[in-house]
Design a protein around this ligand. Sequence first.
Ligand SMILES: Cc1cc2nc3c(=O)[nH]c(=O)nc-3n(C[C@H](O)[C@H](O)[C@H](O)COP(=O)(O)OP(=O)(O)OC[C@H]3O[C@@H](n4cnc5c(N)ncnc54)[C@H](O)[C@@H]3O)c2cc1C
Length: 502
Amino acid sequence: MNNKNIRRIVIVGGGTAGWMAASGLVALLPKGDYDITLIESEQIGTVGVGEATIPLIRIFNHNLGVNEAEFMRKTGATFKLGIEFHNWKSSGQHYFHPFGKYGRELDAVPFHQYWMRAREHGKCAELSELSLCEVMARAKKFAPNSTDPKSVLSTMGYAYHLDAGLYAKFLREYSESRGVTRIEGKVTDVRLREADGYIESVQLESSRIVEGDLFIDCSGFRGLLIEEALKTGYEDWSHLLPCDRALAVPSENAGQKRPYTMSIAHAAGWQWRIPLQHRTGNGHIFCSKYMSEDEATGILLSNLEGEALAEPRLLPFKTGRRKKFWNKNCVAIGLSAGFMEPLESTSIHLIQQAVGQLIGLFPVAEINEAEVEQFNAMTIRDYELIRDFLVLHYHVNERPEDFWQMCRTMDIPESLQQRIALFNNRGRLFIEQENLFKPTSWLAVLYGQGLYPAGYDPMADRREAKEVDNFLGDISRSFAKATDAMPLHDDFIDRNCKSDFA
Ligand SMILES: Cc1cc2nc3c(=O)[nH]c(=O)nc-3n(C[C@H](O)[C@H](O)[C@H](O)COP(=O)(O)OP(=O)(O)OC[C@H]3O[C@@H](n4cnc5c(N)ncnc54)[C@H](O)[C@@H]3O)c2cc1C
C-alpha cells in the first residue's frame, strides 16, 4: 500500500497558471486524498494577458470534463485556426501558420514533397490552398473538426482566443466547487526547513501560516518561491530572443471577428491582434535596445482597428527559463518557470504540459530525485524545442532595419541550424516525437519566412506526375467546397456559444 506523505498541496498564485494547476490536480488526482489550497492576492493581481492558445488546450478542457459551449460563453472566446504573419519576411508579404495539416497522406512520402515536385514542374495549387484551416480562415468561416479520417474535416484543428481573466475565473469556479480551498492574502514570508532547505510554510500579511508538503509556485514573473526563496537561478535567452518589453491594450471590435490571430512585424518587434467576442486584445512586443517605449506605444496605437479601451500597459520581461523547474518540494509553473514571447501562443500550453507532467510524476511518500530529474529534463526539452521554433521566425528575414539585421546575423542554436540546412537541401523535416511543432508548422514558417529547398526528395518521383497533379487538385477543390458549405465564424458563435456580455 502507498504511504502518501505528500498530501498538502499549496499553490501560490491565482492567475492562469495557478487555476490551471488547481483544476488539473483536483480533476485528475485521486479524490479525497489531497488537500489543495490556492493563495492569491487581489491587491497584486494577475498579468492579465495570455489570450491565444493552441489546439492542445482542448485536451486540457476535455480532461476537466468542461463543456465547450459553456466555456466559450463564459470566457468570451472565439475560435482560432492559426496565425497570420504580416511583414515578417519583408514589408508587404504575409503567410499563414495553420493548425491541422497540409493536404492528406497519400503514402509514406511526406505530403509537402509531392507539392514541391508538382511546383517544380510548374502546375500546382499554392500551399495556402492545401490547408483546410487556412482556406477557412481566409473566408472567415468555422466548423468543428471531425475524428473520422475519411472526412476532410479530419485534416483541420482549432484552438481558442479567450479572455485570460475570465478563464481564470471559470477555472476558479470549477476548482472551488470540487474542493480546492482559496485563501485571499499576500504572501510575505517563505519559511524553509533548516535540515534540508525544503519549503515548510508560507506566511501571509495577516500573519496566518499555511503549511504544505508540496508547493506550486504560480506567483508570476518574480518567482516568489522558486527564485526569491530557493534561489534556483535563471537561464537568460535574450541573446536568442532579444525582445524584452510588451505593451498591451484592449480595443473595441471592428468588423467580423477573424478566426485566427494576427502577428504584424514592425521595426523592432511585432504586434498581435487577438479577437474575442467582446473586444480585441492587442499588444506590441519590442526590443528596448532598438526602440523606445514612446515609439512602440505610437506604433501600437496607430495600428488598432477599433477604439482603444484603456491606456497601454507596459510589461517588461526577460526571455529564458529557471535552471530547475522543480527544486526541492517546489514546482514552478507559468511565468515563475520561465517566459518566451507569445509569438506562437505557447505559454498556456507550457502550463498545461507542466501540470500533466507533474501528475505523471506525482510524489507519493517523499520527493524522489529521479522523478524530479525526469520532470526537469522533460520541461527543459519542451522549452528548448519551442525556443528554436520562435528563433526561426526572427532569424530568417529580409527586413532592412537594424534590429532585423541583427536577428539575421546572430548565432542560433546548432539544433536549429541543422534543421534549416536539412530543409534547404531537400525539404526534409525530421521532427522529434516530443516536438510541439509538427511538420506543418515548420513548413509553414520555413517557407513563409522565405526559405525554399534546392530540390525535392526523389521519393516523390514514385508517383506519375499526372497522379500527383490530380491528387493535389482534388485536395484544393475539396477544401474549397467544404469551406463554402460552412457558416461564417461570427454566425457559428452567435448560434452556439455567444457570451451574454458580447
Ligand atoms: C505580453 C504577454 C502576452 C502573452 N500572451 C500570451 C498568449 O497569447 N498565449 C499564451 O499562451 N500565453 C501568453 N502569455 C503568457 C500568459 O499570460 C501566462 O503564461 C499566463 O497568464 C500565466 O501567468 P501566471 O499565472 O504564471 O502569472 P500571473 O498572471 O502574473 O499570476 C500571478 C499570481 O500570483 C499572485 N501573487 C504574486 N505574488 C503574490 C504574493 N506575494 N502573495 C499572494 N499572491 C501572489 C498574483 O496575485 C497572481 O494571482 C503572455 C504573456 C505576456 C507577458
